[in-house]
Design a protein around this ligand. Structure first.
Ligand code: ADP
Length: 402
C-alpha cells in the first residue's frame, strides 16, 4: 500500500511516496520556484534514478500535475498507475483550536481550514492550494490533513494562555499553539520503542533542533508544554529567528528603526537568531567552523543556543516532575554531537550522564547515555513524512471500515 505525502510551501512543494509495507520512501522530490521564473522539479527514486525537469510552473495545480506525471513516468516513475496511491497526506501548518488530530478532508474540513488562514497567512494558503490541486487531479483518492499544531492541543490553559486580557484570546485567538507537533509526536513514539517501555508511562523532553527549533514536555505521549507559541518565532533562539524576547524590545526597535509592523516581523524572523548574533551564517555548521577559527561572536551564538536549550530542559523537568529521557532530533539535534555534549554538561542532578564516545554518532537512532544514567539521552532522526503517512493510512482505513 502506498501513500503520497505532500508538503506545500508558498513557492515550493516537497513530496514522497511511502510504501507502507516497508515504511520506506520509493520516490521523492522537490518542486522549487512555483509561480516564479526558473521553476524546477527534481524527482528521484530511492533506487537511484533521478530526473530534473525545468519548465514553467505557474501554480500549485501545475506543480501537482507534474509530480503525478513524474510518478507514473515509464522511464523514471515509481508507479504503474496513480490508482496505486491509496491516499494523500498533506502537511498543514496551522490547525488552530479546530484540529487536535489529523482529519480526512471533506467540505466542512476545507471550510475550517480556511478559517485558520488568519492565524498562518503565509503558510496555510499554499497548504490548502496543495490539497485542492490533489482533489482536482485525483478526485476519488482520500486526502488527509496533518497539522503541525495538533499534537500540542493537549496543553492545559495554564500552559497556553498568555498574560494578556482574556478577551484577546477569545476575540483574536491569541494563545500558545506550538509547532513541529508531527516531529515531537514521532520521536516520542520512537523513544518508547527504544526504551522498551509503554509511552503512557514516560516523561519525555523532546528537542527538535533544526533551522527552526522547539522543545516539548511530553507526559504519557501527550504534549503538556512547548517552547514555540502563537507563532514559530517564540522560545529558543534559532537560525534566523530571535526566539523569546522582552516584548518591550519589539516596540523599542520599531521606534528606533522606524520599522512598520511588516518590517519588524520580517526582521525578527529572518535577520536575528544565530545569524544576527554571529554575523556569520544561520547554518550551525558554518557557525561551528567560524567558532573553531576563533570568531568570538560565532562562539557566543553557540553558547546562547546551548544555554537556551538547557534552560528549557530544566524548566520542563520541573513541569513534568522528573524526566525519563531527553530526545535530540532534526538537523542540529541529530548531527551536532558537540552541541549535545555542551547542552548535557552539568546535568547530573537530573540523572543525565552522556557517554561521550557513544555520542559521536550522527543521524542514527541510538541511546547515548552511560549504562547507569537515570535519565536517558536519545538521538532519534525525525521522520515527519512517515508520521504523516501513518496518520493518513490509519484514518483512511478507519473511514473505509465505516
Ligand atoms: P529545517 O528542517 O528546520 O530547515 P533541519 O532540521 O534540516 O532544518 O536543520 C538544519 C540545521 O541543521 C542547519 O543549521 C544545519 O547547519 C544543521 N546541521 C546539519 N548537519 C549538521 C552537522 N553535522 N553539524 C552541525 N549542524 C548541522
Amino acid at each position: 500500500m502506498k501513500i503520497l505525502v505532500i508538503n506545500c510551501g508558498s513557492s515550493s512543494l516537497k513530496y514522497q511516496v511511502i510504501d507502507m509495507d516497508t515504511k520506506n520512501p520509493i520516490a521523492k522530490g522537490l518542486v522549487e520556484r512555483i509561480g516564479l521564473s526558473g521553476a524546477v522539479l527534481t524527482h528521484s527514486l530511492t533506487a537511484g534514478k533521478k530526473n530534473i525537469i525545468k519548465t514553467e510552473i505557474p501554480s500549485h495545480v501545475t506543480a501537482i500535475e507534474l509530480v503525478l506525471k513524474a510518478l507514473v513516468s515509464p522511464e523514471y516513475g515509481a508507479l504503474k498507475d496513480l490508482s496505486e496511491i491509496y491516499a494523500v497526506g498533506h502537511r498543514v501548518v496551522h490547525g488552530g483550536e479546530k484540529f487536535a488530530n489529523s482529519v480526512v478532508v471533506d467540505d466542512a474540513v476545507m471550510a475550517a481550514l480556511k478559517e485558520c488562514i488568519e492565524l498562518a497567512p503565509l503558510h496555510n494558503p499554499p497548504n490548502i492550494a496543495g490539497i485542492k490541486a490533489c482533489q482536482k487531479m485525483m478526485p476519488t483518492t482520500p486526502q488527509v490533513a496533518v497539522f503541525d499544531t495538533a499534537f500540542h492541543q493537549t496543553m492545559k490553559p495554564e500552559s497556553y494562555i498568555y498574560g494578556l486580557p482574556y478577551e484577546y484570546y477569545e476575540n483574536y485567538g491569541i494563545r500558545k499553539y506550538g509547532f513541529h507537533g508531527t516531529s515531537h509526536k514521532y520521536v516520542s513514539q520512537r523513544a518508547a520503542v527504544l526504551l522498551k517501555k509503554p509511552l503512557q508511562e514516560l516523561k519525555l523532553i523532546s528537542c527538535h533542533l533544526g533551522n527552526g527549533a522547539s522543545i516539548s514536555a511530553i507526559r504519557g505521549g501527550r504534549s503538556i508544554d512547548t517552547s514555540m507559541g502563537f507563532t514559530p518565532l517564540d522560545g529558543l533562539m534559532m537560525g534566523t529567528r530571535s526566539g523569546a524576547l522582552d516584548p518591550a524590545i519589539v516596540t523599542y526597535i520599531m521606534c528606533r528603526e522606524r520599522f512598520s509592523c511588516e518590517q519588524v516581523n520580517d526582521f525578527l524572523n529572518s535577520k536575528c537568531g544565530a545569524l544576527g548574533v554571529s554575523g556569520v551564517s544561520s547554518d550551525f555548521r558554518d557557525i561551528e567552523v567560524a567558532a573553531e577559527q576563533g570568531n568570538s561572536r560565532a562562539q557566543l551564538a553557540l553558547d546562547i543556543f546551548a544555554h537556551d536549550v538547557k534552560q528549557f530542559i530544566g524548566s520542563y523537568a520541573a513541569v513534568l516532575g522528573g524526566v525519563d529521557a531527553v530526545i535530540f532530533t532534526a538537523g542540529v539535534g541529530e548531527n551536532a554531537s558537540h552541541m549535545r555534549e555542551v547542552i548535557c554538561r552539568n546535568m547530573d542532578y537530573l540523572g543525565i550522564h552522556l557517554d561521550v564516545e557513544k555520542n559521536k554518532v550522527r543521524g542514527e537512532e541510538v541511546d547515548v547515555s552511560k549504562p547507569n544514567a537515570r535519565c536517558r539521552v536519545l538521538v532519534i532522526p525525525t521522520n515527519e513524512e512517515l508520521m504523516i503517512a501513518l496518520d493518513t493510512l490509519e484514518l483512511t482505513q478507519k473511514k473505509s471500515l465505516q
